[in-house]
Design a protein around this ligand. Structure first.
Ligand SMILES: O=C(O)CCC(=O)C(=O)O
Ligand SMILES: [Mn+2]
Length: 191
């Protein structure tokens, strides 16, 4: 379904991956990806980012994210399968993926746009969620209007068109005792 976001083009596929398959992917990705606790410099201080990450892609896909340059880990069997699904849902190709593991409600991602130069002008980004359903918030850069969508276990969200130009997005912290969530964002770097 197309989400009713002005100035954006976002499609949501709530049940793109059947629940039993999604359970398997969640456990396999959690166990097999080389998760890292990355640190960023913020006003001269080193701060742990509030989640674990793993960057994968074609060998030439170095990526700079929040001032971090990451070398790609190789594609795994599971990541390649999920990439193929995202390519058929979106009609776009991807050469890289950022995996984020939100261990509990204290893990989060602050508002940002995926607007790095390497992604090009109107990037197509496919975002796949496993595990805990959490609210994904879009905030319009000019009107400040916010839109909240809960991303299901096994769902795919495709952000395209001018979405990154007009919106920031993020995952808020919560004090509720919640389970872990893994999100994969497939991207096409222009090299
Ligand atoms: O975890 C999510 O749903 C969002 C991840 C994200 O925005 C990103 O990796 O750039
Ligand atoms: Mn993002």
């Amino acid at each position: 379904m197309l989400l009713p976001l002005p100035d954006a083009h976002v499609q949501y596929f709530p049940n793109a991956i059947a629940s039993a398959h999604a359970d398997n992917y969640f456990e396999t990705l959690k166990a097999q990806l080389p998760w890292r606790q990355d640190v960023i410099k913020l006003f001269g201080k080193s701060v742990k980012i509030p989640r674990l990450q793993s960057w994968h892609g074609d060998p030439q896909c170095q990526y700079t994210y929040s001032h971090l340059t990451m070398q790609p880990n190789p594609w795994t069997h599971e990541l390649t399968d999920i990439k193929t699904l995202c390519e058929s849902l979106s009609g776009s190709r991807f050469n890289s993926v950022l995996a984020n593991w939100y261990r509990d409600g204290q893990d989060s991602m602050s508002f940002h746009a995926d607007d790095e130069a390497e992604l090009g002008a109107n990037p197509v980004i496919a975002s796949v969620t496993f595990g805990q359903a959490r609210p994904f918030v879009f905030k319009h850069k000019v009107t400040r209007a916010t839109y909240r969508y809960t991303l299901n276990h096994g769902s795919v969200l495709v952000m395209a068109g001018e979405t990154q130009r007009h919106y920031v997005h993020g995952i808020a912290k919560t004090a509720k005792p919640i389970g872990g969530r893994i999100n994969l964002t497939f991207r096409q770097l222009i090299l």
